[in-house]
Ligand binder design. Structure first.
Ligand code: NAD
Ligand code: ZN
Length: 342
């Protein structure tokens, strides 16, 4: 089969012919149809310090996908050839305290698809059946392909109640963009999006932002005044990984506000802890998705009218992977999809 492979330590990815993976008794073999490019894939492609520390080549990369079941292991009874599925990219250990308590998303030993085991940028991928999400018939395949980052957005946006609340989203990358739509769907009053990239600010407006702001040009306090907000944001979603964005969010929170932190900074961030203490803020780190409550919520919100399709901006054949990665890296894009059927 064709697969995008990190063949050795260093930049680049190669489209190679490799053996098809063989499913074990608890596994599902899936023919990949469409995949999404994630920031993680860009880190692995460029071989940044995180990738150099984390990745053991050779490795097939990629973890955002939708595909069709072609074969199931002998223990698998509830999935069948032809089923349209996506995969939860965190493969848990099943044995640690949290796993045994059913809190799978808190597993301390999870292994990432396309990070710690061969991934989905290939014509076929294998996953344990417990990682497979069966979609309803007729789901938009591009939306299905990005259930993994959509799940990051939903997990973050639903970490704190947003009904009637004033919400700040820092960073309108693909995940921030989807979080805007989720917060709107979940009943937020104002959604202010802070994002330096103009292309993404425009997309954020389409996703349902009340106001978009370039943080280099305008202070969030000004925006609050324009909106006649009196005490600050009730909920903030940090989706940029940028130190200034986190500080600015904390500075603009209302007393008792909640900050959900999904963005991954590249270095330590210093914060004014006095502000956290005296405003009695709650800060919460968000990693991955809740298995499988987030997946359930994604499904039912789509069925009740949530639309995340404006966040998908570019499509390529897998053969044009270099162009697909370039546009994802440029920042002038939302989600970039690769088609493995053409
Ligand atoms: P992305 O890098 O495409 O988006 C980040 C956005 O933040 C960019 O559009 C950038 O222009 C913007 N930004 C930069 N400086 C800013 C500032 N000062 N204020 C506001 N915005 C600023 O990433 P993405 O794919 O949308 O992911 C969002 C973040 O979440 C990234 O940091 C990513 O590494 C992280 N992530 C975390 C998890 C998790 O499980 N915790 C999973 C996936 C991604
Ligand atoms: Zn575990």
């Amino acid at each position: 089969m064709r697969a995008l492979v990190k063949t050795e330590a260093g930049p680049g990815l190669s489209l190679l012919d490799v053996p098809e993976p063989v499913p074990g008794i608890n596994d599902v073999l899936i023919k990949v149809r469409r995949t999404g490019i994630c920031g993680t894939d860009l880190h692995i492609e460029s071989w940044d310090p995180w990738a150099a520390r984390t990745i053991n080549p050779p490795l097939i990369v990629g973890h955002e996908f939708v595909g069709e079941v072609v074969e199931v292991g002998s223990n698998v009874t509830d999935l069948h050839p032809g089923d349209i599925v996506s995969g939860e990219g965190h493969v848990i250990c099943g044995r640690c305290r949290h796993c045994r308590a059913g809190r799978w998303h808190l597993c301390a030993n999870s292994i990432g698809l396309g990070v710690g085991r061969d991934g989905a940028f290939a014509e076929y991928v294998v996953l344990p059946v417990t990682n497979v999400w069966h979609h309803w018939p007729g789901i938009d395949e591009e939306v299905a392909a990005i259930f993994d980052p959509f799940g990051n957005a939903v997990h973050t946006a639903l970490s704190f109640p947003v009904l009637g609340e004033d919400v700040l989203v820092s960073g309108a990358g693909p995940i921030g963009l989807m979080a805007v739509a989720v917060a709107r769907h979940a009943g937020a009053r104002y959604i202010v999006v802070s994002e330096p990239n103009e292309y993404r600010r425009t997309l954020a407006e389409r996703m349902g932002a009340t106001v978009v702001v370039d943080p280099r040009e305008r202070d969030l306090a000004d925006v609050q005044a324009d909106l006649h907000m009196v005490e600050g944001f009730d909920v903030a979603m940090e989706m940029s990984g940028n130190p200034a964005a986190l500080r600015s969010a904390i500075a603009n929170m209302a007393h008792g506000g909640s900050v959900a932190i999904l963005g991954i900074p590249t270095a330590e961030i210093s914060l004014d802890v006095n502000e956290i203490v005296f405003k009695m803020l709650t800060l919460r780190g968000i990693y991955g998705r809740e298995m499988y409550e987030t997946w359930y919520k994604m499904t039912v919100m789509l069925q009740s009218g949530l639309d995340i399709t404006p966040a998908i901006t570019h499509r390529f054949s897998f053969r044009d992977h270099a162009a697909a990665f370039a546009v994802a890296r440029s920042g002038d894009s939302g989600k970039v999809i690769m088609d493995w059927t053409a």
